[in-house]
Design a protein around this ligand. Structure first.
Ligand code: AHR
Length: 502
């Protein structure tokens, strides 16, 4: 057993938690849409063809916002294909993923699905093969009440009321050489600025996300943000960050420490945004939209084989990572990192939501189950609301190849508006339980509510349709406070949520 301490005070406030940090992402890719959210004929499908079992799981997760329709897909997507009578919508080659898009599900259908799932739509425009004109037209189509070309077309297509989409992404990963219409930072920054001006003239209430780097390890990282924002700072509200982690060599100690990279990434983007603000004498500060993040590596080889066997297929099983227990621990530390940066990270989208690198899996014609990563996401989304407090943690460290000395305990805390206090903590130790001595004297009397623990003896254990509960949280009693202090036992390799009520 190792010992660690945690001190918390109401005055350690980082900022309000924006619930949109528990967002997610649905791309027209693999079986995310077709066979994921949409499967007419499935026993749980509703009149619109949406799977009821999937909607129930999404609602359970409490996802406030879903980014759509891509991803790489969006950079060659013509949004006009996805509206109007279904029978006249074109089948198109999806040049990003080498499949065929039927456009059976488009803007109207997705807006309807999102409403059923209790989420707001975050819509990405194509700044790859398209530009300013298509961007301003889709805003007019979606948000203008009526009396103009595109808004009247929406009404004719069956939606009298505007969709009222508030959040818009100015393209996707435009720094990536794989992206159709890939640009230099200055080229993209100018285009993003022009598109942003036009889109906000159509609807001044919208909020815009400029593309930051598609990874912390991109060779252009830093200069991309600086040059892009130097062009479009005044007309955008957020800059995006994307990051995926993997453990292909089986180095679990390094893998579990990946949130150290994530935290550095966030801090460097904040610093760059503020440097541009300084240079431009801007008073307004930008916020961060971490609109793609997850573990992604399990399915790489399988994807190559699927595409080799069926290029231009429809609804192919792509990016179907089966997540294991260590992935859930990493996801937990990513969520605590977002909470600790709640003053600047206002949106985050777990990429993705269903079947494609997702917490929710389905079998076409069959069941729907929660992957391991579903659990920390659900806990954070449910209890990580209110004000984020930064705990002072003193923890023993372990050595790992990628990051050197890393604390065993990673923690964050939230103070709910009802006075409830929630501690989130991961014990990264492979071998030792940790006794975490918590000093909560600043909060006055608190009643222990519960201690949720996610642990499995096998880091590679996963949930499947046959064994959906192989990795699932256990509920324990939370410790009693004694003079404002309590000791929580964090089992070796565990995700913990400890809740106290006022
Ligand atoms: O989420 C999968 C893909 O990852 C997205 O399409 C792209 O934006 C990123 O590279």
């Amino acid at each position: 057993m190792k010992n660690a301490t945690l001190i918390l005070d109401k005055d350690f406030a980082v900022g309000r938690v924006d619930p949109r940090i528990y967002g997610s992402f649905i791309e027209h890719l693999g079986r995310a849409v077709y066979g994921g959210i949409y499967e007419p004929g499935h026993p749980t499908a509703d009149a619109d063809g949406f799977r009821g079992d999937v909607i129930a799981k999404v609602r359970e997760l409490g996802v406030p916002v879903v980014r759509y329709p891509g991803g790489n897909f969006v950079s060659a997507f013509d949004w006009e294909d996805s509206v109007g009578p279904r029978e006249s919508r074109p089948r198109r080659l999806d040049l990003a993923w080498g499949t065929t898009e039927t456009n059976e599900v488009g803007l109207h259908e997705f807006a309807r699905w999102a409403a059923k799932a209790g989420a707001e739509v975050m819509y990405a425009v194509n700044l790859g093969t398209r530009g300013v004109d298509a961007a301003r037209s889709v805003v007019e189509y979606a948000n203008h009440p009526g009396g103009s070309l595109w808004s009247d077309r929406r009404v004719r297509n069956g939606a009298k009321e505007p969709f009222g989409i508030k959040l818009w992404c100015l393209g996707n990963e435009m720094d990536g050489p794989w992206q159709l219409g890939h640009k230099t930072a200055r080229e993209y920054g100018r285009l993003a600025n022009e598109a942003a001006m036009a889109m906000k003239r159509v609807d001044p209430a919208i909020e815009l996300v400029a593309c930051g780097s598609s990874g912390h390890d991109m060779p252009t990282f830093g200069s991309w943000e600086y040059e892009t924002l130097d062009e479009c700072y005044d007309n955008v509200d957020y800059v995006s960050l994307h990051r995926y982690y993997g453990n292909p060599t089986g180095d679990t100690p390094s893998f579990l420490a990946s949130a150290i990279d994530l935290d550095g990434f966030i801090r460097e983007v904040v610093a760059t945004c503020d440097a541009v603000a300084g240079k431009r004498h801007a008073k307004r500060r930008l916020h961060l939209s971490f609109d793609e993040w997850n573990v992604w590596y399990h399915s790489n080889r399988q994807d190559e084989e699927v595409l080799k066997a069926k290029k231009w297929g429809r609804a192919l099983p792509l990016l179907e990572d089966v997540y294991n227990f260590e992935d859930a621990l990493l996801v937990g530390t990513i969520l605590t990192t977002f909470l600790k940066n709640a003053d600047r990270v206002k949106i985050a989208c777990l990429a993705q939501l269903v079947n494609v690198i997702a917490p929710i899996m389905t079998r076409t014609g069959g069941g729907c189950w929660a992957q391991t990563i579903f659990h920390p996401m659900l806990h954070a989304s449910r209890y990580g609301r209110g004000t984020s407090l930064r705990p002072l943690v003193s923890s023993p460290v372990y050595e790992c190849r990628a990051y050197g000395a890393v604390p065993l305990v990673e923690a964050a805390a939230t103070l709910g508006d009802d006075g409830s206090l929630t501690l989130f903590a991961v014990n990264r130790s492979l071998a030792d339980d940790v006794a975490l001595r918590c000093d909560l004297r600043a909060f006055g009397p608190l009643r222990p509510a519960e201690h949720l623990v996610l642990h499995h003896d096998d880091v590679k254990a996963a949930n499947t349709e046959a064994r959906p509960d192989e990795v699932r949280p256990a509920r324990r009693r939370a410790p009693r406070l004694d003079g404002g202090r309590a000791t929580v036992r964090l089992p070796a390799l565990s995700w913990n949520v400890v809740r106290f009520l006022p």
